[in-house]
Design a protein around this ligand. Structure first.
Ligand code: SF4
Length: 243
């Protein structure tokens, strides 16, 4: 099967099984999303959503957060991973936003990655979710799922190389949504340790499944990618399989 045919089947599957695919982080404006994404590194969205309401209430703007100290922020975020570093990053980010960007979250990659605590992955999330740009953020789920399905070559050993390959094959307008498809699929169905292959409609075309079970990938005509019993993976965090 040609690479683009595989992408088309995968797109078709997710369009039907997961028509709504959005971030599970809670936020009301670009600044809040930036804070939440920084906090979510090496941490679950669920945990971040538990601690952000009081943080957003007491520091609703970049100016308000810039005026406090990492020690104060630490007390709000102590239950997430790496709270010391993240508290420093949040204060530094808020100070730079206030000083250099008039308190507004910038839309350009080059400007976003200047902010403390913001790497390429975080910048791509902001670009895609807030500014609807064709930016593909590659986290651990996107990396694993892309390799398992066979969307990217085994030579893609870095997040950046996976990003480039995914961006080359997904239609531009679908890239922000495709990011969430792959994350949600990896989070709830194609988990790292126990992928739920028996509930996954991508079995007929999935490279990992075929290899593990000693099967041969079907050609386009034969591959029936099932979406029959799958339900919408909504923002509330339920899976395409209804779990
Ligand atoms: S068939 Fe299994 S390994 Fe392949 S994408 Fe589905 S859950 Fe993941």
């Amino acid at each position: 099967m040609k690479k683009q045919e595989l992408y088309n089947l995968v797109i078709n599957y997710f369009e039907k099984s997961m028509p709504v695919a959005e971030t599970e982080l809670h936020y009301e404006n670009p600044f809040q999303l930036l804070v939440a994404v920084i906090l979510s590194a090496q941490c679950t969205d669920k945990r971040v959503n538990m601690i952000t309401p009081p943080l957003f209430r007491d520091f609703p703007t970049a100016e308000a957060m810039a005026a406090t100290t990492p020690e104060v922020i630490f007390e709000y975020i102590r239950s997430v991973s790496y709270p010391n570093n993240k508290a420093k990053h949040l204060c530094g980010m808020a100070q730079m936003l206030t000083k250099d960007f008039n308190g507004e979250v910038p839309s350009d990659l080059d400007q976003l990655v200047r902010l403390p605590g913001v790497g390429r992955k975080t910048a791509n999330v902001i670009q895609a979710v807030i500014f609807e740009k064709a930016a593909m953020a590659v986290d651990t789920h996107v990396f694993r799922v892309s390799h398992r399905i066979g969307l990217v070559s085994e030579k893609c050993t870095t997040p950046y190389s996976v990003e480039k390959e995914l961006v080359r094959h997904f239609p531009e307008q679908l890239i922000p949504k495709a990011h969430h498809w792959l994350i949600l699929h990896g989070r709830y169905t194609c988990m790292a340790r126990n992928p739920q292959c028996d509930k996954c409609g991508l079995q007929p075309v999935c490279k990992h499944y075929q290899r593990v079970n000693g099967l041969k990938i079907q050609d386009t005509a034969a591959a029936k990618v099932s979406t029959g019993k799958k339900k919408t993976a909504a923002k509330a965090g339920r899976t395409a399989d209804g779990r």
